[in-house]
Design a protein around this ligand. Structure first.
Ligand SMILES: C[S@@+](CC[C@H](N)C(=O)[O-])C[C@H]1O[C@@H](n2cnc3c(N)ncnc32)[C@H](O)[C@@H]1O
Length: 196
């Protein structure tokens, strides 16, 4: 194992993490690209794993999800998120209570793209895009948050099973001043995009 991953793995043993759908390599990306971040935002909380990792290095984390109101997803992936409520229960009250213990995580129940109006231009150092994985969902999230982000976009499931993530991202960033950072670790499905 890469020495940085091994050290990070050891660090994780000291943090009480909630369950989630991230590999060790994914978590390392969140940890690494939120260094010195005054504000990191996660779209798609699920049970809180991504937020908990971002909270290690960020001054403040805001995480947004529809939680039990996931019927409000307004794209073709609505059925997917409703059906996975059974396998991945995510009550707002339970998740927000759990994450409150971290002291620097704010949990918001809302449609991801609607919440963007509550952030100032350039106020978000790192944005973890992991809510609605359809082409339409990712496009809407990128359009509504682009001006709010000063540094990094972390695009989850860019390499795994959700073609809309790559399709929407490539199309959206085509004419923007950004660079796609080459993937360094094999077991991450996160693509990092940096504003330049
Ligand atoms: C893949 S999971 C997120 C995993 C999480 N980031 C983690 O670290 O374990 C996707 C989440 O996005 C939420 N979701 C899907 N579409 C959404 C939308 N448009 N607005 C807010 N939340 C949404 C779902 O309820 C689900 O909890």
């Amino acid at each position: 194992m890469d020495l940085r991953l091994a050290k990070f793995n050891a660090l994780l043993k000291s943090v009480k993490l909630p369950p989630g759908q991230l590999t060790l390599d994914d978590m390392f990306q969140l940890y690494y690209y939120s260094q010195d971040s005054p504000l990191s935002v996660e779209l798609g909380t699920l049970q809180g794993l991504g937020a908990a990792i971002l909270a290690i290095n960020s001054d403040m984390v805001v995480t947004v999800d529809l939680f039990e109101d996931v019927e409000s997803v307004d794209t073709p992936s609505r059925e997917h998120y409703v059906s996975c409520l059974k396998t991945h229960p995510r009550e707002y009250s339970v998740v927000s209570k759990y994450l409150a213990a971290f002291g620097n995580i704010q949990v918001i129940k809302n449609l991801s793209y609607l919440e963007s109006s509550n952030f100032g231009t350039g106020s978000i150092h790192t944005l973890f895009v992991d809510a609605d994985h359809s082409y339409e969902g990712v496009k809407k999230d990128l359009e509504s948050y682009y001006q709010k982000v000063s540094r990094y976009f972390l695009l989850h499931d860019y390499y795994s099973g959700w073609p809309g993530v790559e399709e929407a991202s490539v199309e959206f960033f085509l004419d923007k001043p950004v660079r796609f950072i080459e993937r360094e670790f094999l077991h991450t499905s996160i693509q990092v995009v940096e504003k330049i």
